[in-house]
Design a protein around this ligand. Sequence first.
Ligand code: SAM
Length: 310
Amino acid sequence: MPTEGYELVRLANGTAAVHSLAHGEKMHPGLGPAAEAEALYVGQLKIRERLAVHDGEFVVWDVGLGAAANAMAVLRAARDFPCPLRLVSFDNTLEPLAFALEHADALGYLRGYEELVEAILNRGRVRFMDGRHEVSWEFLLGDFPAWCAQTLDCLSPDQRVGVHALACPGSGRLKPELQPVNAPHAILFDAFSPAKNPAMWTLPLFTNLFRLLRPERPCNLTTYSRSTMIRVTLLLAGFFVGRGIPTGLKEETTVAANKLELIDEPLDRRWLERARRSESAEPLHEAVYRRLPLALGSSNRLHEHRQFIA
Ligand SMILES: C[S@@+](CC[C@H](N)C(=O)[O-])C[C@H]1O[C@@H](n2cnc3c(N)ncnc32)[C@H](O)[C@@H]1O
């Protein structure tokens, strides 16, 4: 598998990280792959706290598998808990994963999981015992926004709140096949930035993603972006949205959920007023990056959001 599109870089704190030449962006540029994956994704999604009281299978969607730092952080955090884990990773390429495996020593965070990464690269799925529990890790290759739209299209309304199934667009070493995918309890949302990767940040995508959740299954999502535009997008898609922790280069990040109680610091009416005055708050309605103030219709819908109605 060609991996020329990536290079190893050293961050200011000395950690090695993966840089995508095509996007001109580093993965986990703040604290480095292991620390940022742990703080921003595992810690912020309260994966350990939730697993400690969870009954049955816990499902995590890892959107933007990339070089698998987030996936590894979830596997490491979950191995001390007995409930089974289903980790579903999405990406439109396996190249950064292959690159990470080639540079496993320098990156460090794949240590102990190299054979599983090899299995994902070759077969797209693997089942194993890890620590105290059983793990099923699957990879869906393809365009994530298209996958969400197609999945909704091919599900009847009652299936929408159950197990999702869709043909996985196969290529390379993975064959097309039907992939059963369960609705998530947690989503790690880690695309490249909206300016470089706008297709992954549109309102239609997050609306579809929200509709793929099971309403009675608490689910939280975290992302490194703290932009007003992305927070408005998540709110208009149906999520509750809150302030997230700082990480390295960012003084804040963002958490979202389908249940308000999963959010420690929900955005309030003062934030809403600032959003109304922002130069860049209107969601992307298509996969083209631009900055616009809130349109009147969006502003009205935001004010009616249940998060802001006391
Ligand atoms: C910032 S990197 C993810 C880093 C990764 N989470 C990790 O822990 O190493 C963003 C990833 O999103 C993927 N991506 C970008 N656009 C996509 C799309 N339309 N569909 C699926 N994946 C996409 C990229 O290929 C890239 O691997």
